[in-house]
Write a protein that binds this ligand. Structure first.
Ligand code: NAD
Ligand code: ZN
Length: 362
């Protein structure tokens, strides 16, 4: 399908990561065909996440290594410009949240419903190297991974759906349920959303940690029950775990579930110690390969549960926003135009207080 003729003054400005510390704004070629199951999208907003920041600072995250220039961005919302012949659930003008996955739907993992583990998807998913992401004005994506936003959900909220879907997946993986006491380590956007999501899933008490007091203040304002400030210069994981246990409940047994959202070694250790025997720790934070008290986890049957992105969690994430059960608007603290995208990354790197979710907008 020749759709380019529909676009006047074609400009496909993109944010490209060449290698560690080397981000550039430049024009990027557009896919030259639209398959029958795809749609052409015009970017609206895209969140920057800790993973993007790590890729920029280190040149890799987990097993994803920047080898060739690629377009960043995997938390997008967009407007549909054109749809392939077989697409019936979307039409031009629809506003969508875009799930950046492109699973093969044929491998063992896809066939068993765990498409987030699909090795093909891991090589193709938008925004993780080597696959180009969504920080470009126009791009093509599989229509069945584009979710129409209800009228009462804005395109800015739409750009939060990806991160929220990750934490919905985390809460589902660790089975957060009614009456649970939940600890969340790290009050970044993912941690704060995990805490809010745990509340929405029926948790009794949710406690969140961070080294940054301003983030804990925001967590309190958003209704998270308890906060613990971590002083990294004076940190003893077992002692802090004991304080957390006492703060969580009078029996001081520990959290039913802990969701680790920092990837920092000392925090992963704390997560294990703060969890009740027989409880679960969801590993969301990514940061190298921390040394952890594995025997302690084994002898207390604390399950360490991996969390890999999203597995059919967009619909619930969108419902949580549209029903008002989870308000993501206060998490968006800064917005930048695409032309200022590098400033947005520098702001996040600076660690300035009061910065939480940063959106880049077209
Ligand atoms: P972020 O960097 O904004 O948040 C991390 C927070 O942890 C910060 O507020 C920081 O101050 C805090 N922190 C650092 N050291 C700490 C410590 N010792 N104790 C307590 N808090 C500490 O990042 P984010 O966007 O919120 O993402 C969180 C993590 O989740 C990142 O590691 C990211 O790569 C990961 N992530 C994983 C998946 C997945 O599928 N598993 C998906 C998205 C993001
Ligand atoms: Zn597959």
């Amino acid at each position: 399908m020749n759709y380019l003729k529909n676009i006047d003054n074609f400009d496909n400005i993109a944010l490209v990561l060449y290698q560690k510390d080397d981000l550039r704004l430049e024009q990027w070629p557009l896919e030259d065909s639209l398959k029958s199951n795809e749609c052409l999208l015009q970017a609206h907003s895209c969140g920057i996440c800790g993973t993007d920041l790590t890729l920029w600072k280190k040149g890799f995250v987990a097993d994803f290594v920047v080898k060739n220039p690629y377009v960043l961005g995997h938390e997008p919302s967009a407007v549909v410009i054109a749809v392939g012949n077989d697409v019936t659930h979307l039409k031009p003008g629809d506003r969508v949240a875009v799930e950046p996955a492109i699973p093969c739907l044929e491998c063992e993992f896809c066939r068993s419903g765990r498409y987030n583990l699909c090795p093909i998807s891991n090589q193709q998913s938008h925004g993780l190297p080597p696959a180009d992401g969504c920080l470009r004005r126009y791009y093509v994506h599989r229509a069945d991974f584009c979710y129409k936003l209800p009228e009462n959900v804005s395109l800015e909220e739409g750009a939060i759906v990806e991160a929220l879907a990750v934490v919905v997946h985390a809460c589902r993986r660790v089975n957060v349920g009614i009456g649970h006491n939940v600890v969340v380590c790290g009050a970044g956007p993912v941690g704060i959303m995990s805490a809010l999501c745990a509340k929405a899933f029926g948790a009794n008490k949710v406690l969140i940690t961070d080294i940054d007091k301003s983030r804990l203040d925001l967590a309190k304002e958003l209704g998270i029950d308890e906060v613990i400030h971590i002083d990294i210069n004076n940190f003893n994981d077992k002692q802090v775990a004991q304080t957390i246990k006492e703060q969580m409940s009078s029996d001081a047994l520990g959290a039913d579930v802990t969701i680790e959202c920092t990837g920092v070694e000392s925090s992963v250790c704390l997560a294990i110690y703060a969890t009740k025997s027989g409880g679960k720790v969801g590993i969301v934070g990514l940061g190298g390969n921390p040394r952890i008290p594995l025997s302690c986890a084994a002898m207390r049957e604390v399950d360490l549960i991996g969390v890999c992105r999203i597995k059919d969690d967009y619909q619930l994430a969108i419902k949580l926003i549209s029903s008002g059960k989870l308000n993501v608007k206060p998490l968006i603290t800064h917005k930048f135009r695409i032309e200022e995208a590098i400033d947005a990354f520098n702001l996040l790197k600076s660690g300035q207080q009061g910065v939480l979710k940063v959106l880049i907008q077209y």
